[in-house]
Design a protein around this ligand. Structure first.
Ligand code: 3H9
Length: 686
């Protein structure tokens, strides 16, 4: 079947695209559109044109799988130009998502009509690109520079309502009658002179031409978001070209910038992540028809920071939650924190008061374990001690109805040992949420030796329902994320004893693109996590810091000293403590470059990632990238640790590990998989 079909309704020519799943603008669609528009232009019996899509959405963009391959015409910019130059009015009828090249097609049309649930955006920046089919030149001409900049640089879509307000669409239609409304719109426009042509409009950009500061202001306000990424700056430059240059020259500039980005490493990395995120949801060896367990009610054990955060995910998705604590005071505190978090979101305009009350009404706090009996899924978020976890699982097994899933939020303990305490090990799974659990998108799903396919498929589907990115991990200490964090932490500590300062170590990682380094992270989390004054033996730097009241940001001092705005500065007191440990270690003291620090911290992580793959603990290298990107702030423009290793070359990593072998110590072993792939000239990702 053809991806483009046409219909005549009177003298209105309707062009319909049908290219599942998201009507991406692949070559066949572009060719079909170009041909149909040519036909409409040439046929005197046609007075107006409607472009619409069948299926779940209007065009969701260029076909990303075509990037990096030899281009086959017609190109998308050519198609958009053909639409715009059509002598008959062309109307885009939008449902679902008009994204990227999809919105650029719509901007080439003379009019746009959309249903209320539609979203319109230029998300190219999230793929390390800029809109390359005229979007950077046409959008500012249609909605003005301020709104265009914010849409193009954030990549976030606008709702149809907002699109109407800013002039991006001309009309709203009822969802059931979009096709008819578009035809009526087209009929109304027939015979009118001067249909608006986006590329020829200059009224909206004139405002910015009179305010040359607009771009510098935007850069200053968004500097944090722009850090390290090439695409946002290129987006800004392209929009600046729309203001400063005639349309044809602006388009040329857009093309140059697009070409640089699409052939660069950052965009390759970000396109890799786009597909990696979708691939992570797929579990090898589990048939798609594996039955799902109906999850209508969720139980959470523990009302602390973690339990409360986990509960919010389900409440926000409209699922009733029963939250159990041992003491009334702790339960009340937990409920109050959930409410406070929701109210803060409401104050920022992200939720309505009604939504807050709806979520809170779904929460049942209780002191009775027995109240969990009818839950379909119970997640324990109690203290990280195996004995406690085992007791909890035994108890839950006795109380919760048969068929229900029992999950642990452990971040490193063995799920199989917990499962062995129950008579339903097939129903036991790890659900490792990351703190703050209501915000962080990552969820490590830990597949036990006996976890059933049905349970696994159910929790993956549930993860999607609550807006998480789920990655499956096997059972090993620390799973994927924390297991790879551990060699990084170890090396960071060792570097302190060899002469590097915490600020040098942190800077090496923030220069790489991490939002913070290991010591800044430790200060933020609190150095006294798991530390007690009674048990302290002054045997690590961290212990001594805690003993001296330096427990992190919350005490205004940790590795760093903090001012009232929580801005950290190097601490002479910390330096003295480290110098004392270094002197006792007898290790030679020297200076480290940022490059060497990065090699010491990041290469062992890649090595650990390779071991995780080798042992089958992760299904694929790209899953590891997704974990580190969404759980630990690994910079997206490098594509994640395994993609980054591929980019710099596995032989480079292997050589680096050899070079640092003495420092890494005799208990450090190089992964056989890393070695084999490096020697064969292969990469982790296909
Ligand atoms: C662009 O337009 C550049 C132009 O400016 C310039 C050109 C010169 N291409 O996400 P889902 C696949 S750049 C190819 O699970 P949802 C996806 O991989 C593009 N494939 O569905 C998945 O495959 P599978 C700008 C694509 O309902 C399947 O479709 N546009 C594309 O949760 C379902 O996807 C974007 O960046 C594509 N463009 O969300 C929009 N899009 O089933 C990217 C999707 O094998 N797309 N696939 O795993 C999205 O944001 C979401 O897919 C969307 C639907 C919101 C549309």
């Amino acid at each position: 079947m053809s991806v483009i079909t046409t219909q005549r309704i009177g003298d209105v020519f309707v062009i319909i695209a049908d290219n599942p799943p998201v009507n991406a603008l692949g070559q066949a669609v572009r060719a079909g559109l170009a041909e149909a528009i040519g036909q409409a232009a040439d046929d005197d019996g046609i007075s107006a044109v409607v472009i619409r899509c069948d299926g779940r959405t209007f065009f969701a963009g260029a076909d990303i799988t075509e990037f990096g391959k030899p281009p086959v015409g017609p190109s998308l910019p050519e198609v958009v130009d053909l639409i715009e130059q059509c002598p008959k009015p062309v109307i885009a009828a939008i449902h679902g998502t008009a994204l990227g090249g999809g919105l650029e097609v719509a901007l080439g049309c003379h009019y746009r009509i959309a249903i209320a649930s539609a979203k319109l955006g230029l998300p190219e920046v999230k793929l390390g690109l800029l809109p390359g089919a005229g979007g950077t030149q046409r959008l500012p001409r249609v909605v003005g520079v301020a709104d265009a900049l914010s849409m193009i640089v954030s990549g976030d879509p606008a709702t149809a309502k907002r699109a109407l307000e800013i002039g991006l669409i001309d009309r709203l239609a009822d969802s059931e009658s979009l096709a008819d409304a578009a035809i009526s719109f087209a009929q109304e426009m027939i015979g009118r002179a001067d249909h608006p042509v986006s590329s020829q409009r200059n009224d909206r950009i004139a405002e910015a031409a009179n305010d040359p500061q607009v771009f510098d202001k935007f850069i200053a306000e968004n500097s944090r978001r722009l850090k390290g990424f090439d695409a946002p700056r290129a987006c800004i430059e392209a929009v600046r070209a729309a203001v400063e240059l005639p349309f044809e020259q602006g388009i040329k500039r857009e093309r140059e910038l697009f070409t640089t980005l699409v052939t660069g490493t950052q965009s390759k990395a970000m396109r890799h992540l786009f597909f990696a995120e979708r691939l992570a949801a797929k579990i090898d060896g589990i048939p798609a028809d594996t039955p799902l367990i109906d999850i209508a009610r969720v139980g959470i054990l523990g009302a602390g920071t973690m339990g409360g955060g986990i509960a919010m995910n389900f409440l926000s998705a409209g699922l009733p939650v029963i939250m159990v604590e041992r003491e009334q005071a702790a339960l009340d505190r937990g409920v109050a924190t959930i409410r406070k978090n929701y109210e803060r979101s409401a104050a920022r305009g992200r939720l309505t008061g009604e939504q807050v009350e709806r979520a809170m009404a779904l929460l049942t706090p209780t002191l009775e374990y027995d109240d969990l009996a009818e839950c379909d899924l119970v997640i324990e978020a109690v203290f990280e001690l195996m004995q406690i976890k085992k007791d909890v699982f035994r108890r839950l097994d006795a109380i919760v109805k048969p068929g229900a899933i029992l999950a642990s939020n452990t971040s490193y303990l063995n799920i199989d040992e917990m499962a062995a305490e129950t008579k339903r090990p097939e129903a036991v799974v790890g659900l490792h949420f990351f703190s703050p659990a209501n915000i962080m998108r990552l969820l490590e799903v830990v597949r036990g030796a006996k976890t059933s396919p049905s349970v696994l498929r159910t929790v993956m589907a549930l993860a999607k329902r609550i807006g998480k990115i789920a990655v499956v991990s096997g059972v090993c200490p620390g799973f994927i994320g924390n297991r790879m964090l551990s060699p990084r932490q170890r090396e960071a500590q060792k570097l302190l004893l060899e002469g590097a300062s915490p600020w040098e170590v942190d800077a090496a990682l923030t220069e790489f693109g991490f939002p913070m380094g290991p010591f800044q992270m430790a200060d933020l989390a609190g150095l006294d996590l798991g530390w007690t004054a009674e048990g302290s033996t002054s045997s690590t730097i961290r212990e001594v810091l805690c003993e001296q009241g330096r427990r992190g940001q919350k005490t205004s001092k940790g590795f760093y000293d903090y001012d009232a705005n929580r801005r950290g500065s190097p601490s002479p007191e910390t330096e003295a403590i480290i110098a004392d440990f270094a002197a006792r270690s007898d290790l030679p003291q020297r200076k480290f470059s940022g490059e060497e620090i990065r090699e010491r911290l990041l290469y062992p992580m890649v090595n650990e990632g390779a071991k995780i793959l080798e042992e089958g603990m992760a299904q694929r290298a790209s899953d590891i990238d997704i974990v580190w990107l969404n759980g630990y702030g690994w910079p997206g423009f490098t594509g994640g640790p395994m993609f980054w290793a591929d980019t710099i070359g596995l032989q480079t990593v292997l050589d680096g590990l050899k070079r640092h072998a003495d420092a890494l110590g005799s208990d450090f072993t190089v992964s056989a998989l890393l070695k084999a792939k490096a020697v064969a000239g292969e990469s982790f990702n296909p």
